[in-house]
Write a protein that binds this ligand. Structure first.
Ligand code: HEC
Ligand code: HEC
Length: 469
């Protein structure tokens, strides 16, 4: 697959062009978008030569509309830029074509129709990807006895089988289950993973600022240490045959984190900002939010000075705790006695404690909000949970027509659509976020002492300020 040339137009305004940080960002965005960790037949891949069938139409019919790319975009939620799938590669390996998943399948996405490298993909449905590839590969693999083929095929079968396991998969598109990573550690001990281990559904996070963040811990609860970098490889782990893959690519994981991802900048708000109102909002933010979320200072060119966030105990924040339970004492023990114990470290003081109050750089683009994506707009994050929308659509969530400029975030169902959407949600429709599903509660993040005094106008001013981050 040809290298994707990135049209990060948003960052190319002429007055800023001289900035070194901007140039480093553009380079980093390009490197990351074209990056994958497939190595010696190991990594996140589908069965060999299956990708030929995909590219056959995809590559050769570039200028005409390509129905397969379109289908994959809509059904599975992959991002498409310049008519190409982001984070999906065709790698030549031992005379085979291997379809490989890169980090940006999950860690790039769109917001308000703008492509943002390093943003979490809002629409990806790992369960559906796994289920469909499992079914196709089962037949695809029949009868092929070539050992090189078998090696990758068997791993691809396992990868798709775990991803599509209904007991541990996510229940809504746009959510990725951390449970799939946990399965690696049972396999490592020769054990079957328990069916009731939970899902730990989270949204894929943004990655700008990760170099500074990782010192406080990685993932959204800070219980995993970022000092050794190895957790960052988590998504790849269970798709590989062993931890040897991780050991082999460790230097590259470090390089990618500190030399590439470190240079990413948050996307600028693509519409007009009312700056006097934003200044008013900044004062309010400092009173009501700063204690947890901390400073957001900028350098002379207006770019973020990244700092590490801190973990807030969950008896204070009271958001859904399914994810916190996932890092259980049993899991910690499996890791500590496993084959990668020397690489994977914990921040014991943060185990099952709470969530990071994340830094809010580029927050306009990071909807739906909270670690489990349960709150559709910034406005709703400042009102009581019982007043928030219990359902909203995750379909085409990054597209321009889904962006609500006023409340900043996702558009909601209107009165006419609502009853039908609720019926669908109750039946388990994966395109609709429904807060009654396991792990998807929209509780918490309402602090009466701080939020009760905020008027509607105050909240709008805070939103205006958040657009400037
Ligand atoms: C299947 C989707 C998926 C893929 C593929 C994926 N990630 Fe992630 N990544 C996630 C999710 C979801 C989280 C958040 C987990 C959590 O916080 O509980 C995450 C977390 C991270 C973090 C920590 C972010 C933070 O704020 O602490 C880093 C860094 C990261 N991933 C890098 C990578 C790299 C590098 C790759 C490629 C090897 C990759 N990811 C592949 C879904 C994915
Ligand atoms: C008591 C601490 C605390 C206060 C005060 C607080 N927050 Fe938060 N905030 C958090 C924590 C912790 C999270 C993450 C919770 C989660 O993901 O479950 C969070 C999450 C968020 C998010 C979502 C981030 C994302 O990536 O989805 C936004 C936006 C946010 N807060 C904005 C605000 C604003 C605006 C205020 C003030 C009006 C505020 N917060 C006040 C602790 C706080």
């Amino acid at each position: 697959m040809k290298t994707i040339t990135l049209l990060t137009l948003l960052f190319l305004s002429p007055s800023l062009f001289s900035s070194e940080r901007l140039q480093r960002h553009n380079k980093a965005a390009e490197v990351f978008t074209n990056w994958h960790f497939f190595e010696n037949g190991r990594g996140m891949s589908i069965s060999p030569n299956l990708s030929r069938f995909m590219w056959m139409l995809g590559e050769n019919r570039r200028d005409k509309s390509d129905p397969i790319t379109k289908f994959i975009e809509k059904r599975y939620g992959f991002t498409v830029v310049d008519k190409k799938l982001v984070g999906v590669f065709n790698v030549k390996y031992k005379n085979m074509d291997v379809g490989v998943l890169g980090c940006t399948a999950c860690h790039s996405g769109k917001a308000a129709g703008v492509f943002v490298p390093g943003l979490g993909n809002k629409t990806i449905d790992p369960y559906k990807v796994g289920r469909d590839t499992y079914r196709i590969q089962k037949f695809w693999g029949l009868g092929n006895r070539n050992p090189d083929y078998k090696y990758i095929h068997d791993k691809a079968m396992y990868f798709s089988k775990v991803t599509s396991d209904k007991n541990i998969s996510s229940l809504t598109r746009g959510l990725v289950p951390d449970s799939t990573i946990k399965t690696y550690f049972y396999k490592d001990h020769g054990l079957k993973y328990p069916k009731d281990m939970g899902r730990a559904q989270v949204k894929a996070p943004h990655l700008w600022g990760i170099k500074e963040k990782r010192h406080a811990g990685v993932f959204n609860d800070g219980s995993l240490s970022g000092d050794s970098y190895a957790w960052i490889f988590g998504a790849e782990l269970f798709a590989s045959d062993s931890g040897e893959h991780l050991r082999a690519v460790m230097p590259k994981v470090k390089w990618l984190t500190d030399e590439v991802l470190a240079n990413l900048l948050p996307p600028k708000y693509p519409f007009k900002v009312n700056h006097p109102l934003a200044s008013k909002g900044k004062v309010l933010f400092n009173n009501s939010c700063l204690k947890c979320h901390g400073d957001h200072n900028k350098d002379d060119n207006g770019y973020p000075i990244y700092t590490a966030p801190k973990v807030i105990p969950n008896h204070v924040v009271k958001t859904d705790d399914e994810k916190l339970k996932a890092i259980s004492p049993e899991f910690v023990k499996l890791v500590e006695t496993g084959s990668l114990a020397d690489l994977l470290e914990f921040n014991y003081e943060n185990l099952q404690k709470g969530y990071f109050a994340p830094k809010l750089w580029g927050i306009w683009s990071r909807f739906p909000y909270l670690h489990n994506a349960s709150v559709p707009t910034l406005y709703q994050l400042m009102i009581k949970p019982e007043k928030r929308s219990p359902i909203f659509s995750m379909y085409e969530a990054g597209d321009a027509h889904r962006f609500d400029k006023k409340n900043v975030g996702l558009t909601l169902f209107d009165k006419k659509e609502y009853p039908k959407a609720l019926r669908k949600a109750k039946k388990g429709d994966r395109d609709i976020y429904y807060i009654k599903r396991e792990g998807q509660s929209n509780s918490g993040h309402y602090f009466s002492k701080r939020f009760d005094p905020l008027s509607h106008e105050d909240k709008m001013a805070i939103i205006e300020y958040l657009k400037t981050l």
